[in-house]
Design a protein around this ligand. Structure first.
Ligand code: APR
Length: 247
């Protein structure tokens, strides 16, 4: 494994453009339940489709916003983990040495930004941002837990979480920036994602086609484990630290 980490660090040093894609596994060490794990307790009786779709919101805005608010409070109670901190340090290392580093995430927990990452592309939006259903205006909710559902702005407009629901398109500018960065990447890391949800998982195909050095960090096999250059069956924090210590 050490030899592999040495090789990967060499690839980082040779690279001009580096892209990291994260999924729920990158936040696991912060104690954030994955999307499906969040369907526990009083939410266990619902399927994701009954809570994370425009139809569910239209039918039960109170229930849907209560679930997202409970997840927002859960995220605010957690801290970024070692993996988040190392990815922020990698971005700093890259940018200060004339390289470019793109942090692309499927996660909606805002932990990359809290760890110090600056150039974060949130493919699925953020639990920490809500927006007016009519106006589309972004609203930063206060940290304290909301108790009235559905949640409304001070002007009385109903708010929804600024996340991508099943059946909704990814934010156009964010996804095209991620596509462009991936197509030009010299090194592409995919960290803590089951790599089965498209179009996000399609970025890995693009990195492979573009000839980037591809590195997967996931204790479990994914559909890409046999296709990437380096499949590291390790947890994200320890593995990323091992690479960074060699830069
Ligand atoms: N380090 C690295 N990987 C980990 C760790 C860890 N400590 N713990 C778990 N994993 C891996 C798991 O093996 C799994 O492959 O993280 C992956 C999490 O997979 P999912 O729960 O499917 O999360 P994700 O891939 O982000 O899902 C993609 O689907 O649920 C929807 O919109 C939601 O953005 C999400 C998308």
């Amino acid at each position: 494994m050490n030899k592999q980490l040495d090789q990967i660090a060499e690839h980082f040093r040779d690279a001009r453009r580096i892209v990291a894609l994260t999924g729920a596994g990158a936040s696991a060490e912060s104690g954030i339940p994955t999307f499906r794990d969040a369907l526990t307790g009083l939410w266990a009786r619902f399927r994701p489709e009954e809570l994370a779709t425009p139809e569910a919101f239209a039918a039960h805005p109170d229930r849907v916003t209560q679930w997202y608010e409970s997840r927002r409070q859960g995220v605010l109670a957690c801290q970024p983990n070692q993996g988040h901190s190392v990815l922020a340090a990698m971005e700093e290392w890259a940018e200060s040495s004339g390289r470019h580093f793109s942090m692309v995430t499927q996660n909606v927990d805002g932990l990359h930004q809290r760890a110090g990452s600056r150039n974060v592309l949130e493919l699925h939006g953020s639990l920490l941002r809500w927006r007016g259903c009519e106006s589309g205006n972004t609203v930063q909710l206060p940290k304290k837990a909301q108790t009235e559902f559905p949640i409304r702005s001070v002007s009385g407009e109903m708010l929804r979480p600024d996340v991508v629901w099943f059946g909704e398109a990814l934010p156009e500018t964010v996804f095209s920036a991620a596509l462009q960065a991936t197509a030009q990447a010299d090194v592409f890391l995919t960290i803590g994602t089951s790599s089965v949800v498209y179009p996000a998982a399609g970025l890995i195909d693009i990195a492979l086609e573009a000839g980037a050095v591809t590195i997967e960090i996931n204790p479990e096999e994914t559909p890409f484990s046999g296709r990437v250059d380096h499949a590291l069956a390790l947890s994200s924090g320890r593995c990323l630290q091992g690479i960074f210590d060699r830069l």
